[in-house]
Design a protein around this ligand. Structure first.
Ligand code: DC
Length: 218
């Protein structure tokens, strides 16, 4: 096997995995990929091209032709695109189209941190470290509300919680690559942790896993 150290960070929406994964990568000098952006970019371009979020053929064609510019589209973080992303992410053709890109990225030296839903289970089953980051639905909805308010967007707590639970249900019950912790993942519950606390806990887990799991990759 060639390539560097892979740290997979999976978990449900708004559990704090994006912030944690980015900071982990910065701290370790690793490259960072937010795999959710690939699904969001696919959904965004599909909708912009006039397609429907349930049109699998069109969604797969968009995923196969995804460009660097698509990853910088301005509406990637909108609720509409998030919902559509959750739909296209349930399509086997879309997931297959985006798999090769993620696996190529995973081989980047000296190492990578990738966050998503199926990184430890499907994309990088041999990752040296697998974190499953979670938090209570109420806390995740509260964080999402703060994030939206911070961007000057409207943010109704009950609607956010309902949307989050709907997305969790779709992500965990889809037949292809459902969201679940890998058997060898370490669960990190961030409900009572701030960003610094989550980073410190994650670094301790990474350190102990790197010691425990033999280095056959490099
Ligand atoms: O993490 P996010 O909210 O940006 O992800 C957007 C959608 O993409 C979400 O509904 C789950 C899906 N996704 C996925 O199925 N697999 C991944 N590795 C990353 C995201």
């Amino acid at each position: 096997m060639s390539g560097g150290i892979v740290i997979a960070v999976d978990g449900p929406v708004a559990a704090g995995k994006g912030t944690l994964a980015r900071r982990l990568a910065l701290h370790l000098g690793f490259h960072y990929l937010d795999s959710g952006l690939l699904y969001r970019a696919t959904a965004s371009r599909l909708l912009a091209d006039g397609g429907r979020a349930d049109d699998e053929g069109a969604a797969e064609a968009v995923a196969r032709a995804l460009s660097r510019e698509d990853l910088a589209r301005s509406d990637l973080r909108s609720e509409a695109v998030g919902q559509a992303a959750s739909r296209v992410a349930a399509m086997a053709g879309v997931r297959a189209a985006l798999l090769a890109f993620q696996q190529r990225f995973a081989a980047t030296l000296p190492g990578v941190v990738i966050d998503g839903r199926d990184i430890g289970t499907v994309v990088c089953p041999d990752a040296r470290v697998k974190l499953f980051v979670t938090a209570s639905p109420a806390e995740r909805a509260r964080r999402r509300q703060q994030e939206l308010l911070g961007r000057g967007e409207s943010a109704d707590y009950a609607a956010i919680l309902a949307d989050l639970e709907e997305r969790d249900l779709r992500d965990t019950t889809r037949p292809v690559a459902p969201l679940r912790p890998a058997e060898d993942a370490v669960t990190l519950d961030t409900t009572a942790l701030d960003a610094d606390g989550a980073l410190q806990t994650a670094l301790q887990i990474v350190e102990s896993r790197l010691k425990a799991v033999p280095d056959t990759a490099i």
